[in-house]
Write a protein that binds this ligand. Structure first.
Ligand SMILES: Nc1ncnc2c1ncn2[C@@H]1O[C@H](COP(=O)(O)OP(=O)(O)O)[C@@H](O)[C@H]1O
Ligand SMILES: [Mg+2]
Length: 356
């Protein structure tokens, strides 16, 4: 096991800058998730850690060794891809043994390691099958088995669950997490799926357009997003955003919405009188009240466990989730009251957080 240190790392493809100087400290034994929209540079960064892409600036260290110019096979990492990359003409056993055989490991050691990985991943009954005889989830487990047998210093995962159906993805999510709790191998996991990031990561790195927007624990990002991008990206259903103006003259700070509705500013808000702001409130932090944000119900979705309400306030879409059951007719006017202690405020221009 080893830490991975990424310092000022840059990448361009031709003249096009893709990563603009990225810094990440990945601690020994941690599970770090790189998350962000498609095209933001996650795979490129992971491939640079693996040694599959050249580094155009900055430094990557695995443990205390600078690896910038080290070929992939000398980096002691193992990578698991979205498309599994299994050899179709080899059995599960041979797929798992392949890299060890290539490294001229003796047969007894290979057998022991493959057996141990197969036990960890519940693949023992499948060892003599071919990839085509396996389900998607089983193939993904073989791909992980192939990484495990090498006992690397670092596991790198690039969207390994994207090809699986929704139910299997949830199951594999906890399998990978359990595997990490057991092996404690430093892992870097790339996904565009914020739920995967939230549920799996010890630490999440949110990326956009080749830059890091915020790094932190899942709940730190959820509770205190550094800017409007992270606020909107983390959390499902997504945070509601309402444009308004900060009013601080004469006492308590308030946010005046476009229609004149005034909401008390979130607890701990900074900012100046007259500043254009965006008020943020999560769907699960809204309750029904006599006052608050006047909203017209558009669609009601009862899931049994809770009630999801999509509504509109002055042309802005809002969503609310209630634990209790409701039966509003479409078009009903309701008032949504944000939980002040858990509301957010951002500068409308820069998107930066204005709450301490
Ligand atoms: N080999 C390449 N040549 C040119 N552009 C590339 C290459 N690989 C990736 N890119 C570009 O780099 C950007 C980041 O890609 P990628 O790292 O795959 O994003 P992500 O994994 O976050 O979806 C994209 O704009 C993509 O088109
Ligand atoms: Mg990618």
């Amino acid at each position: 096991m080893a830490s991975v240190t990424i310092q000022g790392v840059k990448k361009n493809f031709g003249d096009v800058p893709i990563l603009h100087g990225v810094d990440i400290d990945i601690q020994d034994g941690s599970f770090t998730v790189l998350v962000g929209p498609s095209g933001c540079g996650k795979s490129t960064l992971l491939r640079m850690i693996a040694g599959l892409e050249q580094i155009n600036g900055g430094e990557i260290r695995i443990g205390d060794k600078r690896v910038n110019d080290l070929p992939p096979k000398e980096r002691d990492i193992a990578m698991v891809f979205q498309n599994y990359a299994l050899y179709p003409h080899m059995t599960v056993r041979d797929n798992m043994a392949f890299s060890l055989a290539l490294a001229k490991t003796d047969k007894a050691t290979i057998d022991t390691k493959v057996q141990r990985a197969a036990e960890i991943l519940a693949l023992v009954p499948l060892l003599d099958r071919y990839p085509r005889q396996l389900s998607g989830g089983q193939r993904q487990r073989v791909a992980m088995g192939r990484a495990i047998v090498r006992d690397p210093q670092v596991f790198l995962f690039d969207e390994p669950l994207s090809n699986l159906d929704a139910k299997l993805r949830v199951a594999m999510r906890s399998e990978i997490k359990e595997l990490h709790q057991r092996l404690k191998t430093t892992s870097v996991y790339v996904t565009h799926d914020q739920i995967e990031a939230m549920t799996m990561g010890d630490k999440i790195v949110v990326m956009r357009d080749g830059r890091i927007e915020q790094t932190g624990s899942p709940l730190a990002l959820y509770d205190r997003p550094a800017n409007q991008f992270v606020a909107g990206f983390i959390g499902s259903p997504a945070m509601n955003f309402l444009p308004g103006t900060l009013r601080q003259a004469g006492g308590a700070a308030e946010v005046e919405l476009r229609d004149g509705t005034r909401l008390p500013a979130p607890v701990g808000s900074g900012g100046r009188d007259g500043q254009s702001v965006v008020y943020g409130t999560r769907p699960e932090h809204l309750t029904l009240g006599d006052t608050g944000i006047p909203s017209k119900v558009a669609v009601l979705e009862p899931t049994g466990m809770d009630t999801f309400v999509a509504c509109r306030h002055e042309g802005t879409e809002l969503s609310a989730v209630f634990r209790e059951r409701h039966d509003f007719a479409p078009g009903t006017l309701i008032h949504l009251q944000p939980d002040l202690a858990r509301a957010h405020l951002f500068d409308a221009g820069t998107g930066q957080r204005l709450v301490a």
